[in-house]
Write a protein that binds this ligand. Structure first.
Ligand code: NDP
Length: 247
């Protein structure tokens, strides 16, 4: 059985809850070293301590992905502390659903800043290390909503379609450096994602629907591990998955 997760140094943005937290736990349990980034430092400190106490390798670096310098600091911390950077999981994201006509332009800015620019800042921070190493793996997180439009999700979908576009462009460009690229597009996963919908009606309606079908965040973690675990000459470019019950 192939074991290509063990020993890898993996930087994870948005590691304080949901998908990122589940990926951190799963990868650490499989022998990866995890470098956790998110704004809620108490959460990532506690997770790093829990993993370290259990005999795994983990550090936490408070990171706001809308700040280029902080993303650079997160990625550099992995290389300084562990000597290399094998995987960057660009996972931080927000989905404050609302119809365009509500004109929640601050939320448009947030989604573009976190989902799109945050992903690009991760790439900018990781790429020079990976080019120097002539190895690495960048995993970006899109969504089923990166494949189709959904109600009240126009700006969110635009960012997630964008993540797929830049992942494919990245894939084509980094061939000479032996860097793998994966975009993972989940369907409904039970996380804190819906808590940040500011329109109470839309939040309740979405939670009602999602709570009936959502699958645990460990499903996402297994997809990440699958892509990493494949041998280095196998580049898993795209994973689209959803609950069996999701239309
Ligand atoms: P959560 O809300 O549970 O997690 C979001 C994570 O993003 C948190 O760790 C949060 O950390 C982090 N984050 C948000 N803003 C910033 C920021 N400015 N800087 C750094 N980190 C930030 O939701 P999910 O786990 O569901 O979301 C993870 C990814 O999965 C997102 O990209 C989302 O779009 C995607 N996804 C989720 C789906 C689902 O059904 N759950 C479906 C499809 C895609 P903190 O607040 O501490 O900074």
């Amino acid at each position: 059985m192939i074991d290509n997760v063990k020993g890898k140094v993996v930087v994870i943005t948005g590691a304080s809850s949901g998908n990122g937290e589940a990926a951190a736990r799963h990868l650490a349990e499989r022998g990866a070293t995890v470098v956790l980034g998110a704004r809620r430092q108490d959460r990532i400190d506690a997770l790093a301590k829990e993993l370290t106490d259990a005999g795994h390798q983990a550090i936490a670096v408070a990171t706001d992905v809308t700040d280029k310098a902080q993303v650079q600091r997160l990625v550099d911390a992995a290389v300084e502390r562990f000597g290399k950077l094998d995987v960057l999981l660009n996972n931080a994201g927000l989905m404050p659903l609302a119809p365009l006509e509500a004109l929640k332009t601050d939320e448009w800015d947030q989604m573009i800043d976190v989902n799109l620019k945050g992903t690009l800042y991760g790439i900018a921070a990781a790429l020079p290390h990976m080019q120097r190493q002539k190895s690495g793996h960048i995993i970006n997180v899109s969504s089923v909503y990166g494949h189709k439009m959904g109600p009240d999700a126009t700006v969110y979908c635009a960012t997630k379609f964008g993540v797929r576009a830049l992942s494919e462009g990245l894939r084509q460009e980094v061939k000479p450096y032996n860097i793998r690229t994966t975009v993972i597009s989940p369907g409904a996963v039970a996380t804190e994602l819906l808590d940040h919908i500011s329109d109470q009606g839309i939040q309740e309606q979405t939670k009602d629907f999602v709570s009936q079908i959502a699958i645990p965040a460990d499903s996402f973690a297994r997809m990440v591990a699958f892509a990493i675990n494949e041998p280095e000459d196998v580049d898993v470019n795209e994973i689209l998955f959803r609950p069996t019950a999701q239309p």
